[in-house]
Design a binder for this molecule. Structure first.
Ligand code: F6P
Length: 536
């Protein structure tokens, strides 16, 4: 990142801190048109961020001067931009046409993408039509999708987003190695109507393998060993590892290591939801993502939705040292969006070194957290409104919802719009005093209560209004966040596609697991040793 551009952003952020967001609208009548856009069924408004127009310009310039255009080109054409793992990063190939793949990435990748799509289309179609059934001839009614992290969060979010109210084939997701999750997922199911799909890029993940073996035992108990095989399938980038788990080779669906785990929902990782929702829905999801890809590739940065969201984050994180961001979907069907973004953004950009090993010059990914609105309003918004800490927000809503009555939808939308306004304008002491007087409080009571009602305001937010939740708009929304994350990673000067920090805990957990059965516990600190001994 250019240090001059970085200094310019910090200087302008410092100047902006003296002003109020609401005054920026008064000073600049064109503010809204500069800082909002319509793309792929999404209306993106970053005008309630705390930047002045020069602050906005400096943030966008940071991206223009970051080498992002070159990095994007390298990613798109399959160069090994994930240098620490020696891999290309080509999730965009999964949603491109055969012709584009052939033009940009060559025959091998074109053939890989096409054969994976064809295999999924055929298998999903055969299950949906009843051509492929369980061992007793009963059609599959429920899929147990077993996977964690990127092998869980994307498909789970999309299924919650798009499933019919009464799905013909239901999907239950199991991620954690806490056996209660599997027990709850299997409760009430008939093994004869249940398909278990293990989803793991590496096929070495402890949680997924433990859950899969337990689910397989449940099938064997209900159906017998041979019959159970007809109820097992796997998705992996390491298909050679799946045979050891009794999964027939023609039930194994692959993807390549150039698909990162947290970018993998466009691959066979979504097999279970493709079966449940239909291949046509999956194609529409890809279509929406492809439209966002084209926008990201072609729109000028100041009118480029992923860049606007990324610029707001960098302005808040680097310009103002704000360590967190709240993501609040006012969309029950997207209630897991914050969880999805936590992995996408924090696993991608929560780093401290550059790809060449130097410590980075700036802070990196903030803590991303959130819950659905309006529930979040009744839980943690109090702190967001009145604490001296500034937590930037992203407020996401769907305009038209055929499942909601007009009355309920208007109530929901009034909340999301009012919250953005409330965070920005706040409530002054004068207003609070007037309220107290109107309630008949005497001077002493007013002096006591009025300050407690003050909301300082000037709290920044971005609003994303989705016209209607469809496969296309959901695909576009998820691709929007993927490109936002990639762009931020380039500006911060890190590799968004590895995750070395996750490894330490995995290694230590396997040591602790051994300690549980070892004659003597290995050398740990006193607190850890005491905990191990308690479990022993
Ligand atoms: O532990 C982190 C991680 O490697 C994620 O990056 C990944 O999405 C998840 O674990 C699951 O990995 P796998 O798909 O290989 O089981």
């Amino acid at each position: 990142m250019s240090s001059a551009a970085l200094d310019a952003l910090k200087t302008q952020a410092f100047v902006d801190a003296n002003g109020k967001i609401v005054d920026q609208f008064r000073n600049d009548p064109d503010r809204l048109s500069h800082m909002s856009l319509d793309v792929c069924g999404l209306y993106v408004d970053v005008s309630k961020q705390a930047w002045s127009k020069p602050g906005f310009d400096r943030a966008v310039e940071l991206f223009e001067q970051s080498g992002l255009v070159e990095a994007r080109e390298k990613m798109w054409t399959g160069k090994e931009i994930n240098v620490s793992e020696g891999r290309a990063v080509l999730h965009v190939a999964l949603r491109d046409s055969d012709a584009e793949n052939a033009r940009l990435r060559g025959p091998e990748i074109t053939a890989d993408v096409k054969s994976a799509r064809d295999a999924m289309r055929d298998y999903a179609g055969a299950i949906r039509s009843g051509t492929i059934t369980g061992a007793t001839g009963k059609p599959f009614k429920t899929i147990i999708h077993i996977g964690i992290g990127g092998s869980d969060l994307g498909p789970r979010l999309v299924f919650q987003g798009l499933s019919p109210l009464t799905p013909k084939i239901d999907v239950r997701f199991v991620a954690n190695v806490d056996g209660s999750e599997l027990a709850l997922a299997l409760a009430g199911l008939d093994p004869a109507e249940t398909l278990v799909i293990a989803v793991s890029k590496t096929f070495t993940t402890q949680e997924t393998l433990a859950n899969f073996l337990a689910a397989r035992d449940w099938l064997i108990k209900g159906l017998g060993e041979d019959a159970a095989k007809k109820h097992l399938a796997a998705v992996s980038a390491a298909p050679d590892k799946t045979g050891a788990y009794g999964i027939a080779p023609d039930r194994v669906f692959g993807f390549k290591d150039w698909v990162g785990g947290r970018y993998s929902l466009w691959s066979a990782v979504s097999l279970s939801i493709i079966i449940a929702l239909g291949f046509d829905v999956y194609e529409r999801l890809l279509d929406g993502a492809r439209q966002m890809d084209q926008h990201f590739l072609t729109a000028p940065f100041s009118k480029n939705a992923p860049i606007l969201l990324a610029a707001a984050q960098v302005y808040n994180r680097i310009g103002h040292d704000r360590p967190s961001r709240a993501v609040i979907p006012y969309v029950h069907r997207l209630r897991r969006l914050a969880a999805f973004l936590q992995q996408l953004e924090m696993e991608s950009n929560g780093k401290r070194t550059s790809p060449t090993g130097e410590l980075l010059a700036t802070k990196t990914c903030p803590v991303v957290f959130g819950d659905e609105g309006t529930n979040a309003q009744h839980a943690f918004f109090q702190m967001l409104h009145q604490s001296e800490d500034v937590v930037p927000l992203e407020l996401i809503a769907v305009q038209k919802n055929a499942e909601a009555s007009d009355d309920m939808q208007k109530k929901l939308l009034s909340n999301v719009i009012a919250q953005g306004e409330a965070f920005m304008v706040g409530k002054s002491l004068e207003t609070s005093v007037a309220e107290c007087k109107a309630l008949g409080f005497d001077d002493a009571r007013t002096a006591q209560i009025a300050p407690q009602k003050v909301c300082p305001g000037n709290k920044p937010s971005t609003t994303v209004l989705i016209s209607e939740l469809t496969p296309e708009t959901l695909g576009a929304l998820l691709a929007l966040y993927e490109h936002k994350t990639f762009a931020e990673g380039i500006v911060m000067g890190l590799n968004s596609f590895d995750q070395w920090g996750v490894e330490l805990g995995k290694t230590l957990a396997s040591g602790v697991l051994k300690d549980f059965t070892a004659a003597t516990v290995a050398d740990h600190d006193p607190s850890t040793t005491a905990l191990i001994n308690r479990v022993k």
